[in-house]
Design a protein around this ligand. Sequence first.
Ligand code: UD1
Ligand code: CA
Length: 452
Amino acid sequence: MTLKVIILAAGKGSRMKSQLPKVLHRIAGKPMVEHVIDVASEVGAQQTYIVYGHGGDQLQAALQEHPLTWIHQSEQLGTGHAVQQSISCIDDSDQVLILYGDVPLITSETLKTLLVAQQEQGAAMLTMQLDDPTGYGRILYQDACVSGIVEEKDATSEQKQLQQVNTGIFAVEGQDLKKWLGQIKNANAQQEYYLTDIVALAYQDKKAFACVHVEDVLEVTGVNNRMQQAMLERAYQAKKAQELMLQGVTLIDPARIDVRGQVEVGQDVSIDANVVLEGQVKLGSGVQIGAHVVLKNCVIGDHVIIEPMSIIEGAVIGDACTIGPFARLRPGTHLMGQNRVGNFVEMKATTMGCQSKANHLTYLGDSTIGQKVNIGAGTITCNYDGAFKHQTQIEDDVFIGSGTQLIAPVVIKQGATVGAGSTISKDVEEQVLALTRSQQKTVANWSRPKKK
Ligand code: UD1
Ligand code: CA
């Protein structure tokens, strides 16, 4: 048996009022449809089909890393018609799962339960119980057997009282789907080919659909406008915050953290307000993150303190470093441990050995820095000559005085001292003092210009 997943994504999404196809709008930094594609692969989909209508180029460009089969539905004639477009790809023995590109928070746990129900009972659908079922298809029963689904627009006022509704998510066998879809008609209020009609056709074949109830309505909530998108974003973030707290993280305000990727944490991590964690982030034990910090694709060692307003991307930070406030560590930064990187320090493609520090107002790019180095305030590695980038090498125990420019390529050897205010363009030997400085002049009895 092969699991094939069909994701419906042909709707125009006009209520988003956007140039971007609806399913490419993001939740937690990831296109909604990508959440659905990922959950499909989590439940073991061997083939995933996307039924699209609009913005095919944009969709294919955004999702090119996923192995997908693209199915064009040129006219949106209903959910049944949409699934029909992919039917030639379905074999009789396949297990088929139908999902929606604009229902992003469905979980693999729920879908696995649905797939098991399909295997045990032949056909299964996800349903939920709503106090206000308006707008949804209602589940109909005959003699305690599921006998059909009636859409809101086709329902009698009595049927509209029913509170068990269809989420739209189905799991069926290939041969059944092919048979039932072939029999669907559009004789209904919307003149659409309803996928939901397969339930009544199954009943005629004496195959009742099993109902799997979803507890959390948010899992099956679709996005039609930006308010619903924002609501699902918050719901997603609340869940992520909860997961972190259950893993032992202190969140100063669980409503003010954003996780846009995967976070791994050690013990006793503490995170202040308005922190954004993106991509793959690993936080060691005892890490403290200040307010308004952004961490993207980085590894933070044990007992690191990141002061407020710092931005760290593509970096590896060793144990016991203190960073910020207002530090910017760009891709290729590697702090070996016990480093101090202070305010308004920018680093890029730079390795810094243990116990070295750069406390204020500095740019270190394309550099290798040894251990116990002190980089004075206002040091700049001049790594770019307008065409090429060059390396700066600073060996162990070097002291760079404040306000120094290091014109790369240049090597400052072990134990050397560079005097404040120097522009260093030649290599500096071990243990020497190097400085470039114009002579200080004195003009006696100088009177400053005065305003009249
Ligand atoms: C559908 C169900 C309804 C269920 C509800 C849950 C049908 C007939 N009804 O109603 O029972 O309670 O979902 O939200 O299925 N789509 C296409 N091509 C089409 C039509 C739709 O790809 O031709 C896609 C849309 O992009 C959308 C999804 O299918 O993501 C649902 O379509 P929509 O017409 O909005 O169905 P509902 O009225 O919500
Ligand atoms: Ca809808």
